[in-house]
Design a protein. Structure first.
Length: 57
């Protein structure tokens, strides 16, 4: 999981989504839901990363 990178993206409709991707790979994970508040999108991204970390053990 250490190779995964995450970022926030504002789409053309004004909704924030989190993106997860691995350098050198063409695969990307995008949140289905969009948030109007960047802080809420960031919190959702953090929760997803924590979930991945728990399942990786």
């Amino acid at each position: 999981m250490s190779n995964l990178l995450f970022d926030l993206h504002l789409d053309r409709h004004g909704f924030w989504h989190w993106l997860g991707f691995m350098p050198g790979s063409d695969k990307i994970v995008v949140s289905r839901r969009g948030w109007t508040n960047r802080a809420e999108a960031s919190l959702a991204m953090t929760r997803f990363i924590e979930l991945l970390a728990r399942n990786a053990v």
